[in-house]
Design a protein. Structure first.
Lengths: 227, 297
C-alpha cells in the first residue's frame, strides 16, 4: 500500500497510508492530513488513488505545491517523490510506482461507472496512451552514417537516426538498415536479387555492418560509416 | 425528399458496381503474416494468435491470470472463436448474412466457455476459491470486401492507409478511461503505473460487452493486430515507419516489429498479425515470383 512520510525540519512527524480513494491535505481540521501551519491553505492539495496510481492535485492553494522542487498542479506520484507544502516535506513510497519493468500480469479491475456502451467515435480520433520512453541506444554509441558513392546526388549523406532506413528502389531491389542497441544490421526486403556488401550478396538473414562497408542496392552504391 | 431520392439513386448505382465486380470476380485477397514472441523478461507466452486465410479471419488473445491460467484462457479464446466462425461461415459465401452479429455471438459463446472453465478449474485446484482467468481479444474478419472488427480489453487494431497509421480500437483500460475523462493527459499517461489494468476481458463474468465495427476493406490497406507488448514498447511513429518501409515484405515487417519491441526492453509477450488487402487484379505472375522467392531459399 502507498505510504506518506511527513517531515518537518528534518524530523519525521507523521506516517500515513493512502487507503482511501481520496486523501486531502490542508489546514482545515477535517483534512486527512491536517497541517495547521502558516502558508498552508485550508484545502491545499488532494491525492486521488486510481488503480496503482496516486494523482496529486494542488487545489488552487495560495502558496502552491512542489514535487521534487518543481511547482505542480496535477502530477502522477512516482516512488520516492517529495511533495513540499509550506515547510513540510511529504515523501511518497509505493513499490508499485517504481519505474521500470512491471512483472504484474495484465490485471483485471472492476468495471467503473462510466463503462458500458460508449458512443461510437470517429476512426483515428482517439487519444491514446503512448509507448514508454525509448531506450534504443547504448550510452556513447556512435551514430551510423550512409554516404552515397555514385547516387543521383553524390554529396548526400544520411544519418541513421531512426530505428530503420530503407535503401534501393521499391519494387526492384530494397534493403533495410536497422539501428539496434548492439549495432547496425542490413536485411533484404524485396527483389529477385539481394543487395551486396563489399561485393558479396547479403542473403536473407540480417548481416552486421562495419565501418567502411560498401553497400550496393538498386542503382545506389553506398558507404557505411560511424560518426 | 430530394435528398432521399438522391440517396436511393446513389445506392442503386452502388449496387450496379457491386454486381459488375462480382461478375468479373475482383474480390480482394489477403496476404497475412504473424509472429508471437515471449519477449525478453517472461519465460511463458500467454498470448495466443490464429489466422485462417480461407475465412479471412485473424484472432489475437492476450491471457491474464495466475498459475498459467492466462495461457489456458487465451488458447481457449482463439480456439473457440476460430472453430465457431468456421462452422457458422461454412456455405455462407457472399450472402448478405449479418457478419457482425455472427461474430458477436461467437465471442459471447467463447466468453461463457472461459468463464465456466475458470470456475471449474478454481474448484479443482483451490476447492472453490475464485481464481480469475481471462483474456483480451482483437479480431478481424474480411468478408465481401468489408472488414468486421471486434475487440475486448487492451489488445489493439491499427490500420495503415495512404501511409498513415490509425488506431481503430479504443482500449477497455483504466488508463484510457482516465484520458477520456480528461483526468490525465496523454503525456501524463506515460508516467502512469496503470498500463496493465483492463476494464473488460473474456471469461471474467458470465456476460461481456464486445465492441464491434465495420469498415470497407480497400486494396493497399494494411491491418495490424497486436498485444500490448508491442504498443507499450514501440511508439506509433515507429510502427508506422516499419509498416510503410517494409510493406513489400510482410513477414519481415512482422518480425521487425517484434525485434524492435525486444530491443526496447521486451517487457511483455509480443504478438503481431499483419494483413494486407490486395486487389485480385494484381498480376499473378508477380505474386508467384514473390512467393517463389520466399520459399526458394
Amino acid at each position: 500500500m502507498a505510504k506518506l512520510i511527513v517531515s518537518q525540519n528534518g524530523e519525521v512527524i507523521d506516517n500515513r497510508f493512502l487507503n482511501e480513494s481520496s486523501f486531502t491535505i490542508g489546514s482545515l481540521a477535517d483534512s486527512d492530513l491536517c497541517l495547521a501551519i502558516e502558508g498552508v491553505s485550508r484545502s491545499h492539495a488532494r491525492i486521488t488513488s486510481v488503480g496503482n496510481d496516486a494523482i496529486l492535485d494542488d487545489l488552487d492553494s495560495t502558496n502552491g505545491t512542489l514535487v521534487n522542487g518543481q511547482p505542480v498542479t496535477r502530477h502522477i506520484l512516482q516512488n520516492d517523490d517529495v511533495i513540499e507544502i509550506a515547510d513540510v516535506q511529504i515523501r511518497y513510497r509505493n513499490h508499485k510506482a517504481i519505474d521500470g519493468p512491471s512483472f504484474d500480469r495484465t490485471m483485471i479491475i472492476q468495471t467503473s461507472a462510466l463503462d458500458g456502451d460508449a458512443p461510437a467515435q470517429p476512426v483515428g480520433a482517439y487519444a491514446l496512451a503512448t509507448a514508454k520512453k525509448e531506450r534504443r541506444f547504448r550510452a556513447g554509441a556512435r551514430m551510423g552514417l550512409i554516404r552515397a558513392f555514385n547516387g543521383v546526388d553524390p554529396s548526400k549523406e544520411i544519418e541513421l537516426s531512426r530505428v530503420l532506413h530503407t535503401f534501393g528502389t521499391a519494387g526492384k531491389q530494397l534493403a533495410v538498415i536497422n539501428a539496434r542497441p548492439h549495432g547496425y544490421f542490413i536485411t533484404h526486403v524485396e527483389g529477385k536479387k539481394t543487395a551486396r556488401v563489399n561485393g558479396k550478396a547479403i542473403g536473407l538473414q540480417p548481416q552486421p555492418l562495419t565501418p567502411n562497408d560498401v553497400i550496393e542496392v538498386g542503382d545506389e552504391k553506398l558507404l557505411f560509416l560511424l560518426k | 425528399m430530394v435528398r432521399e431520392s438522391l440517396k436511393r439513386k446513389y445506392n442503386k448505382h452502388q449496387e450496379t458496381i457491386v454486381l459488375t465486380n462480382t461478375a468479373s470476380s475482383t474480390t480482394h485477397t489477403l496476404e497475412i503474416a504473424a509472429k508471437t514472441d515471449p519477449g525478453i523478461l517472461r519465460s511463458l507466452n500467454e498470448d495466443s494468435i490464429a489466422t485462417v486465410n480461407d475465412l479471412g479471419l485473424l484472432v489475437l488473445a492476450d491471457g491474464m491470470g495466475g498459475y498459467q491460467s492466462g495461457d489456458v484462457a487465451s488458447s481457449l479464446t482463439t480456439q473457440i472463436i476460430v472453430e465457431g466462425l468456421a462452422r457458422e461461415l461454412q456455405g455462407k459465401l457472399n450472402n448478405g448474412s449479418d457478419v457482425a452479429t455472427l461474430v458477436e455471438n461467437v465471442v459471447k459463446r467463447a466468453n461463457k466457455a472461459i468463464y465456466l472453465e475458470g470456475q471449474q478449474s478454481a474448484q479443482r485446484v483451490h476447492n472453490g476459491q475464485s481464481q480469475a482467468m481471462g483474456s483480451t481479444l482483437a479480431l478481424l474478419l474480411f468478408r465481401n470486401n468489408q472488414v468486421t472488427m471486434a475487440h475486448v480489453g487492451d489488445s489493439r487494431i491499427y490500420r495503415l492507409r495512404a501511409n498513415r497509421l490509425e488506431l481503430m480500437t479504443h482500449d477497455h483500460s483504466l488508463l484510457q478511461e482516465q484520458i477520456d475523462l480528461g483526468i490525465l493527459s496523454t503525456d501524463a499517461a506515460a508516467t502512469s503505473h496503470n498500463r496493465h489494468l483492463v476494464t473488460r476481458g473474456l471469461g471474467l463474468q458470465d456476460e461481456v460487452a464486445v465492441t464491434l465495427a465495420e469498415h470497407e476493406a480497400v486494396p493497399g490497406d494494411i491491418y495490424l493486430v497486436c498485444s500490448d507488448g508491442l504498443n507499450d514498447m514501440v511508439d506509433n511513429a515507429d510502427i508506422e515507419l516499419v509498416l510503410n518501409s517494409l510493406q513489400a515484405n510482410l513477414p519481415l515487417a512482422a518480425s521487425q516489429l517484434v525485434m524492435i519491441a525486444n530491443d526496447n526492453g521486451g517487457e511483455d509477450n509480443i504478438s503481431v498479425i499483419l494483413a494486407k488487402v490486395r486487389s485480385q487484379t494484381t498480376p499473378e505472375a508477380k505474386k508467384q515470383g514473390f512467393f517463389a522467392w520466399l520459399s526458394g531459399r
